[in-house]
Design a protein around this ligand. Structure first.
Ligand SMILES: NC(=O)c1ccc[n+]([C@@H]2O[C@H](COP(=O)([O-])OP(=O)(O)OC[C@H]3O[C@@H](n4cnc5c(N)ncnc54)[C@H](OP(=O)(O)O)[C@@H]3O)[C@@H](O)[C@H]2O)c1
Length: 343
């Protein structure tokens, strides 16, 4: 009989945690035992996974919950990851962390399996997944870079509200309904500082002293780390948009040589997990409505950058809850199993 794996999910009731449970079932991930944790307000809640009810618990806090597991997905908050991930690793269990708490640590692999699965071999118990905007960008950039070295990247992102969690999705629903009734929407400042319905908010995560937001810094630092290009100049502008699911990015990349868009399309057409849809005249291009609910990273609007001889411009869309978070986490577990990295 083939082996099954004992899995724990911290943040099982959240937007990413719930998606993780769905994707694990869809992919027939060999789950043996399954433990679910969330905040005290969810204690005792039942969640059906693959037709079986599972009860949500709260962590004891001393790390004893993790004994005997193989993987723990941590998908709650950076503060919870900082407390929990070292406990998971100390129990000899692999922590797959969705937060930014460990992404920049030298001894924590930051992995998109299609790009840098080999980095998993250096893990010391904690593996981080990237920010949900960075993942699709590196999926597209890395295969192009293999053919023609990338020199500089400007990425402007259009990020859906689900990237900010379940409460942000509720906020967009409520504000949209209020606007339809002709009312001024209520704003919960703990979610977004301004109305998100019928609006764009050019600020995601904390502001930094250099004028960038932390989200923009993450796209830059994570792209460099995953692609093993520590000096690659990457500049981002990250914008929250009133879309429920799937993040988009307009990417302007400069390469060592001119890049024929037809060559880029041909390269990307062969990349697992990437889907090219690129016919402007026929109105065929990636959109959140195409990407929401599936695991593909969609790329189109591929064209020469008219402002730079070696520039290429493209437009990427991918479901942030799936490839941007849950699916990438499961693919990391699958890759670690395939590479015999699970004790
Ligand atoms: N959303 C995305 O697209 C995305 C993509 C990549 C990475 N991430 C990262 O994934 C993490 C979760 O994001 P999300 O969007 O899923 O957020 P979310 O919808 O707000 O869910 C947060 C989860 O954390 C749980 N939680 C809160 N306090 C807890 C505690 N003390 N102990 C255990 N669990 C606790 C919540 O439980 P209750 O339901 O009981 O409150 C809920 O299950 C964040 O670190 C985020 O940065 C998110």
């Amino acid at each position: 009989m083939s082996r099954t794996y004992a899995i724990g999910v911290v943040g099982a009731t959240g937007a990413v945690g719930r998606e993780f449970l769905t994707v694990a079932t869809e992919r027939n991930f060999p789950v043996g035992c399954l433990r679910l944790w969330a905040s005290p307000r969810s204690k005792g809640r039942q969640i059906d996974v693959d037709g079986q009810p599972h009860t949500v618990d709260v962590l004891r806090g001393d790390g004893s919950d993790f004994q005997g597991l193989d993987f723990v997905l941590i998908s709650a908050s950076g503060a919870i990851s900082r407390a929990v991930a070292p406990q998971v690793a100390a129990a000899g269990v692999i922590a797959i962390d969705d937060s930014s708490a460990f992404r920049y640590d030298d001894d924590v692999p930051l992995v998109v399996p299609e790009v840098n699965a080999d980095d998993l071999r250096a893990h010391k118990g904690i593996v981080a997944i990237p920010n949900c905007s960075t993942t699709p960008i590196v999926q597209v950039l890395a295969p192009l870079h293999q053919q023609n070295p990338v020199q500089r990247v400007i990425a402007d992102t259009y990020q859906s509200v689900s990237g900010a969690g379940g409460r942000a999705m509720d906020e967009l629903s409520q504000q949209t309904a209020a606007q339809a009734r002709g009312e001024t929407p209520d704003v919960d400042p703990d979610v977004f500082p301004h109305p998100i319905a019928s609006n764009l908010i050019p600020s995601i995560d904390d502001p930094r002293d250099d004028g960038y937001s932390k989200e923009e810094w993450k796209v830059s630092a994570e792209t460099r780390k995953i692609m093993h290009l520590p000096d690659l100049p990457v500049s981002a502008t990250c914008v929250r948009v009133p879309v429920f699911r799937a993040h988009a990015a307009a990417v302007h990349a400069e390469f060592g040589r001119p890049f024929d868009p037809a060559d880029a399309r041909a390269i990307l057409s062969d990349v697992p997990g990437v889907q090219v849809v690129d016919d402007l005249a026929a109105h065929q291009y990636p959109m959140p409505s195409l990407a929401a609910g599936n695991d593909l990273t969609w790329v189109g609007r591929i064209r020469r950058d008219m402002s730079h001889p070696n520039g290429l411009v493209f437009w990427i869309v991918s479901d942030n809850l799936r490839k941007g978070a849950a699916t990438n986490s499961i693919q990391i577990a699958e890759s670690m199993i395939a590479q015999n990295l699970v004790p």
